[in-house]
Design a protein around this ligand. Sequence first.
Ligand code: IPM
Ligand code: MG
Length: 358
Amino acid sequence: MKTYKIAAIPGDGIGTEVIAAGVEALQALAKREGAFAFKVDHFDWGSAYYKKHGRMMPADGRDQIRHHDAILFGSAGAPDVPDHITLWGLRLAICQPFDQYANVRPTRVLPGITSPLRKVEAKELDWVIVRENSEGEYAGVGGRVHQGSPLEAATDVSVFTRAGVERIMRFAFHLAQSRPRKLLTVVTKSNAQRHAMVMWDEIATEISAEFKDVNWDKMLVDAMTMRMVMRPETIDTVVATNLHADILSDLAAALAGSLGIAPTANLNPEKVYPSMFEPIHGSAFDIMGKGIANPIGTFWSAVMMLEHLGEVSAAGRLMNAIERVTSDARFHTPDLGGKARTAEVTAAVIDAIHGANA
Ligand code: IPM
Ligand code: MG
């Protein structure tokens, strides 16, 4: 029997709670399927580790997870550690060296969940945002001089390489092509950002020639926020830079009902390195330890992990279980306006996994 080695990194805040729920659901699923097993190794990296050791993960941390089949990640961020340390010390320290350049963020209004957009029906909001995840505004290039003096200066330089833009465009066109509507929106800001974004647009046009059956259009990022709110039904697959997609995906999650539901996959499509799957909600320290974190974002991320591992029928079973649970308002956590607790939602999803017509 195939055993998948999963590296679980719960990280900070509610990460611990939702990853525990995710692992529980995955183990139940493996039992139900009977065709594969999970061996889950836990890593206690994050802000607590940082306070003890002065770094977010050990120096050889990546070597410890290099040969796992996938990484299940909770979140990184704590009120008393600067955000750039938690981000660069853990999440980016994994996804950049592991070349997880395609960050995929599906958004749907799941059954039983209400979008804040009036009258929007589930079928009108079914998107996938593809976020460039290796360079751009997150390249880490820049510097700071004369700190504390009136001459102080600081720069953050966006770096876009032709190779990096070509591969994310190709990935996005390919994903758009695999979806029923074959529709892609290329997000840009080539009016103000007149170098890299202009190259981004040119490369989009070049790559589009390889995908003649994909309908695509270009949209400036500011106008895109309006389109997402006013005409959600005109959108299907979206590709945007690291920072633009970071912002658009929070808006997307909110429009679909809650950030607590939104999943993400940090993919190394060539599978040279393990890919990483995580809910996008972050550490949410305000609700930490209360047992009310929404585990759905983690479960949906686990679905993406199963798809990546090629376990398509198990992925379908877990997604069905999720949708059955969200359609019952008794299992809505406070972020969805309900009273359910993490453990109740988890138990309901596990019940649905084992259920008769699951
Ligand atoms: C995300 C998050 C992260 C990001 C934060 C936590 C650093 O907002 O995954 O969208 O900006 O990449
Ligand atoms: Mg974000």
